[in-house]
Design a protein around this ligand. Structure first.
Ligand code: CO
Length: 497
């Protein structure tokens, strides 16, 4: 390894130190911080973010990258991939003027605050002017970053390198033309009984069952821990320190179970990244949709499977004999997979979830194209919920105000949620093909063969390639909606037979 490359590694690891320190403060803010701490915590986080931005846009660092790019002699393929990815991020960050970053940050702070108030008061008009200002800035940002076809591309690219609106359009054509009619068909059938999931379930017992699941899924407690927070999330401070959180509702058993397995899937990915490559692209997650593919794969393909509950239901039943004593494993399996159109994306089932994402995608596309403004948003939102899910949104907090993303200025994030599920199906198809006994192992409580497959095929590569390339390497083609559709069709045809 050349001396210049070594300098680059040290510099990047210093940036990682700053970013992961902010992650610790953010995690603490969600998990431990007393209310009065909020004021100075925002300040501390803003200072660290500004410092990280300064480091990453420093011209001396840019010169270092330039010289590595122009003479790559002595560098292996992984080192070359690191340099190219770092240069891409550097060039992208350089497009933002300090004035723009400041204006955007101020607008985001005000919008987030207004959104919280608006949601509590169920009054969209409190949020609307802030959102409009943010939309204007986001349109400006698309011009600043540049794009070839659609201004929305510039934003998608921030979460998923190279992703185009036209590609997402094609994916969601599958949702519109295949999934929507299939859901309609299932909704006409008799629905499985699921009342028992909403009985009273003691918090401590649920917490212990969650830990039992994390251990079974091979979460490494020497390199992570679980805590409680208002919204479940996963964060990490290195591959050797990964934090998951969960939320326990005493009247909804599967909320904890589902979110626990979901976040564990994210955490297993982080714990599987090469820790020797700390701070380098090769030591970081590939993209948001690949991250979500890991959580959805464990949550849906494992945690909502019959095999998984054949193994675990007896133990769950022992923990809650009065609630589940008369319920069979088969009844439980059907109940946790019931289709139910609902207002809230995060509570949606495995199928209708994508209609929520489709609605947000259509709206964001129109916003960035300059065809839709904040004023008309609730009306458009409610009409789409009627059209796709057949439900009337009762109030703004259950409608247009439910997600935090827009108040943070995140446009282009939502499609990665659905793409994550679709990737999960495509990957799982090939994992099962290569290991015909996979479901059998899961039925015996042995999750290791699947984890090892993911480590070997996905985790070890970090961000040394694009999502498309990873997918082609594993499956021979780019993301294809049909894998997801075939998986759910087989599962739900049988479940609803
Ligand atoms: Co997730």
């Amino acid at each position: 390894m050349t001396e210049t490359y070594q300098q680059y590694v040290e510099y990047l690891q210093k940036i990682a130190d700053v970013n992961y320190s902010s992650a610790v403060l953010q995690w603490d803010q969600e998990v431990n911080m007393p209310p009065k701490g909020a004021h100075f915590r925002s300040r501390q986080l803003a200072t660290l973010a500004a410092y990280a931005h300064e480091l990453i846009t420093d011209s001396k660092y840019g010169n270092l990258l330039e010289s590595l790019r122009s003479s790559a002699t002595g560098l292996g393929p992984k080192e070359c991939a690191n340099v190219l990815e770092s240069y891409r991020i550097y060039a992208q960050q350089k497009k933002y003027s300090t004035a723009f970053v400041t204006e955007l940050n101020l607008c985001v702070s005000a919008s987030f605050h207004a959104w919280q108030q608006a949601r509590t008061k169920k009054d969209y008009s409190i949020f609307m002017p802030h959102l409009q200002k943010l939309i204007d800035l986001k349109r400006k940002e698309a011009d600043l970053l540049g794009y070839e076809q659609h201004p929305y591309d510039a934003h998608l690219n921030l979460y998923e390198t190279g992703l185009k609106t036209s590609f997402v359009d094609k994916l969601f054509e599958g949702v519109r033309n295949k999934l929507v009619p299939y859901i309609t068909q299932l909704l006409r059938k008799q629905q499985p009984e699921d009342n028992f999931l909403f009985k009273f379930y003691d918090k401590d017992k649920q917490w212990n069952f969650g830990l039992y699941l994390l251990r079974q899924l091979n979460f490494d407690f020497d390199a992570g821990r679980q805590d409680i927070s208002a919204h479940p999330f996963t964060t990490n401070f290195s591959a050797d320190d990964v934090r998951v959180t969960t939320r326990i509702s005493e009247n909804d058993l599967f909320e904890m179970i589902g979110s626990c397995i979901h976040e564990c899937g994210h955490a297993l990915y982080e714990q599987g990244l090469p820790s020797d490559d700390y701070g380098l692209p090769s030591g970081e997650y590939l993209s948001l949709s690949i991250h979500e593919s890991q959580s959805r794969l464990w949550e849906n393909h494992v945690g909502r499977s019959r095999a998984f509950w054949n193994h675990n239901y007896g133990y769950l039943q022992q923990q809650f004999p009065s609630q589940l004593g008369n319920i069979s494993a088969e009844q439980f399996y059907k109940a946790i997979n019931r289709i139910k159109p609902s207002f809230i994306r995060t509570n949606a089932d495995e199928l209708t979830y994508h209609l929520h994402v489709l609605i947000r995608f259509e709206i964001e596309k129109e916003i960035l194209a300059g065809k839709l403004d904040a004023k008309a948003l609730p009306e458009v939102w409610n009409a789409k919920y009627k059209e796709y899910l057949g439900i009337d949104v009762p109030s703004a907090d259950k409608g247009v105000l439910q997600d935090v993303h827009w108040s943070h200025g995140s446009f282009g994030y939502f499609p990665t949620y659905s793409m994550g599920s679709f990737y999960a199906s495509q990957f799982f198809h090939f994992a099962s093909k290569e290991n015909p006994d996979l479901m059998h192992h899961i039925e015996n409580g042995n999750m290791m063969p699947l984890l090892l497959w993911l480590r070997q095929n996905i985790h070890q590569y970090g961000r040394t390639l694009l999502s498309d390339e990873l997918c082609k390497n594993i499956t021979g083609e780019v993301l294809n909606f049909d894998y997801y559709f075939n998986y759910i069709k087989t599962k739900y045809d049988e479940l609803y037979a």
